[in-house]
Design a protein around this ligand. Structure first.
Ligand code: ADP
Ligand code: MG
Length: 658
């Protein structure tokens, strides 16, 4: 039985031909590590046999048929580090990176299967004991090749490096001094996912780059457990940025964009592990769970990427930091090589089979490698084509959403496979939108109710202010009455000669009986003999009264009864203050104040209500102030004039201050 990894021919050949095809599969190289001394001591048997350079046979320990897996290259335990470097064709990736492509090499496999060994060689055996150059991993070999290649290129190339680890779902910079602090992973259109504030170090020599690598390796988390004495507890990503100066003629499209150039990224994944097998406890177990979770997310993305119509299905790259940072390498514009590492031991067979299946799937995933964008503006026809393509995609998506919606509403039969996944995804999105709308609705409702309550508050304050204005007006009238100069002699009031018949008239303002009004016809009983006639308020007691008085000069119902004579001829008003206050009072009672903002927190509890009202309704406050001013000036006028007669009340007497 043979499990074929590549759907269409030789994956190695497609890379040889160059990546500029529409679809380029992920290249997979399988490395089987030799049996370890411990495994041999325990008498464990090998379950794997390489047949040829590209096929691996797996013999189940209990007998049964062999299972074969085919990859771009298969390397058994006897192969050296140099063999692996050659078989992986990493130089080819380096060339592509120099041409501006984004390339990734990542190792994958069970813990203790030789991932770190393959990438960076064995760990130093002790202080000051350098690792033999023959054991150097893919990374050191690539660095040496690249620096030499750049030297011979003859064109200026800028080389920079960053090194980070994802530990317990947190990104740490391995090149920043000080204790590690989590860095955010962001996304933007031009860069895709990237790590913010990551230190990127420029280097010019192989030694400098090796130092950076050593610094990162020494800071990376590793621990000992049953299966590996130096088990990596984090995923580590070392990226080389290779940039060549862009054309001087055209400025960059966006100043925030990274320089035009290629990338070569080495990813050493932490290994999947069975907690029971590794004997992890406490912190080790937490780490193992996080590692497994992110690898699961990676596996899920790879499975979904295999969907031939994947453009229409959602790939959950955002599920983990690892998948975010590998998004471009897996499903984007990068060129990717996976080195799958397995242990030959029959004891590890379940994990080995899982790795082999995973790797088989991965090599069916294709990317659409994209070289460097031409610097400067895009060609208009390209932009147009892109817009048309996006529109078409948009239309298709809408159509699908509609279909899904109608299907979901017409029948509740569960969809299967990817269609089901897509439907679930669309429903999740719709649900999220619905939730957003509901929240917005709730917020608006609260705002409206706040506005209503502040309007009610303002109305209440307006009423209080109106009452205060009325009270002030009443006082003003009284003050005016007291301080008017003696009137000119008037003909004797008829009611003095012949007293009016007793009626239920409104109480008089002064002691003069002529100030009485008839309760039946509301007409003044007399206008002649009142000594304070001049200062009396004009009054129309009924709008239908044929007096011809304008409404604006009509006193409000609370106005005190007054001299009827002045009501008859509005022009005869002898105190302009009255007209102003009368109009003002009318406006106050008729006006509705609508606040434009929610209520402010109330002021000090000692502050009189009028002040709070004034703060909220400036017009009322001004008017109130005007009234106070009038009263004050009236009082001052009264003080400066001698009392017209003996026994008249003094100006302020009996009136509390406003
Ligand atoms: P992983 O990173 O997959 O957890 P390591 O790379 O740390 O595993 O390897 C585990 C152990 O196996 C280390 O001691 C390493 O030196 C050893 N080892 C792995 N691969 C090989 C190999 N091809 N040849 C010799 N020793 C190896
Ligand atoms: Mg490791």
């Amino acid at each position: 039985m043979e499990e074929r990894g590549t759907p269409d021919g030789d994956p190695a050949r497609s890379l040889e031909q160059g990546p500029e095809g529409p679809e380029t599969p992920i290249q997979v190289v399988l490395r089987v590590r030799p049996m370890s001394a411990a495994e041999l001591r325990r008498g464990e048997q090998s379950a794997l046999h390489c047949s040829g350079t590209r096929t691996l046979q797996v013999s189940p320990p209990g007998g049964g048929p062999d299972v074969a897996f085919r990859f771009g290259a298969v390397l058994d335990g006897a192969r050296t580090q140099e063999d692996v470097f050659q078989a992986c064709r990493v130089r080819r990736l380096g060339e592509l990176a120099l041409r501006g492509f984004s390339c990734t090499v990542f190792t994958f496999g069970q813990t203790g299967s030789g991932k770190t060994y393959t990438l960076t060689g064995p760990p130093p055996q002790g202080e000051g004991m350098p690792v033999s150059p023959s054991l150097a991993g893919i990374m050191q070999r690539t660095f040496a090749w690249l620096l030499e290649r750049v030297q011979h290129l003859g064109a200026p190339v800028t080389l920079r490096a960053s090194y980070l680890e994802i530990y317990n779902e947190q990104v740490h910079d391995l090149l920043s001094p000080g204790s590690p602090r989590p860095l955010p992973v962001r996304w933007n259109k031009s860069r895709g996912f990237y790590v913010e504030q990551l230190r990127v170090v420029e280097f010019g020599s192989l030694e400098a780059l090796m130092e950076l690598l050593q610094m990162g390796l020494s800071r990376r988390r590793s621990s000992a457990h049953t299966l590996n004495q130096a088990s990596s507890r984090s995923h580590a990503l070392l990226t080389l940025y290779i940039s060549r100066p862009a054309s001087q003629k055209v400025p960059p499209v966006d100043p925030g964009e990274p320089p035009v150039g290629g990338k070569l990224c080495f990813v050493d994944l932490a290994g999947s592990e069975k907690v029971a097998a590794t004997g992890s406890r406490g912190e080790l177990m937490v780490e193992a769970n996080n590692i497994n979770r992110s690898l699961l997310a990676l596996g899920h993305c790879i499975s979904l990427l295999l969907d031939p119509q994947r453009k229409q299905s959602h790939i959950p790259f955002r599920d983990s930091k690892l998948t975010k940072l590998l998004a471009d390498s897996l499903g984007g514009r990068g060129v990717t090589l996976m080195v799958a590492c397995v242990s030959p031991s029959a004891q590890c067979l379940p994990e080995t089979l899982s790795t082999l299946r995973y790797a088989s799937r991965a090599q069916r995933v294709t990317t659409r490698p994209q070289g460097p964008k031409p610097s400067g503006m895009k060609q208009p026809q390209n932009v147009e084509a892109e817009i048309l393509q996006l529109r078409e995609e948009n239309r298709c998506l809408r159509l699908q959403l509609d279909q899904m919606g109608s299907k979901a509403s017409s029948c509740f039969l569960p969809a299967s496979g990817f269609q089901g996944a897509r439907m679930a995804w669309a429903q999740r999105n719709l649900y999220a939108m619905l939730q957003e709308f509901m929240l917005e609705n709730e917020r608006l409702r609260k705002e409206v109710s706040q506005l209503h309550s502040s309007r009610d508050l303002a109305r209440g304050e307006q009423r209080v202010l109106a009452q205060q204005v009325h009270e002030l007006q009443r006082r003003l009238v009284s003050v005016c009455t007291l301080h008017q100069p003696a009137p000119a002699p008037a003909p004797p009031c008829p009611c003095l000669v012949m007293p009016a018949a007793p009626c239920h008239a409104l109480p008089p303002l002064c002691s003069c009986p002529c100030c009485h009004l008839c309760p039946v016809c509301r007409a003044p009983l007399a206008r002649w003999a009142c000594p304070q006639q001049e200062c009396h308020v004009p009054q129309v007691l009924d709008p239908e009264t044929p007096r011809g008085m304008p409404l604006s000069s009509r006193p409000p119902p609370w106005a005190p009864p007054c001299s009827p004579g002045s009501a008859k001829i509005p022009g005869e008003r002898n105190h302009s203050d009255w007209t102003q206050t009368g109009v003002l009072a009318e406006m106050l009672t008729g006006e509705e104040a609508v606040p434009s903002a929610p209520p402010l927190p109330s002021g000090s509890p000692n502050a009189p209500p009028i002040l709070r009202g004034a703060a909220r309704i400036p017009n009322l406050a001004q008017r109130l102030e005007a009234l106070r001013h009038q009263i004050g000036s009236s009082l001052r006028r009264g003080q400066s004039q001698p009392p017209p007669s003996e026994g008249r009340r003094s100006p302020g007497r009996g009136f509390p201050p406003c």
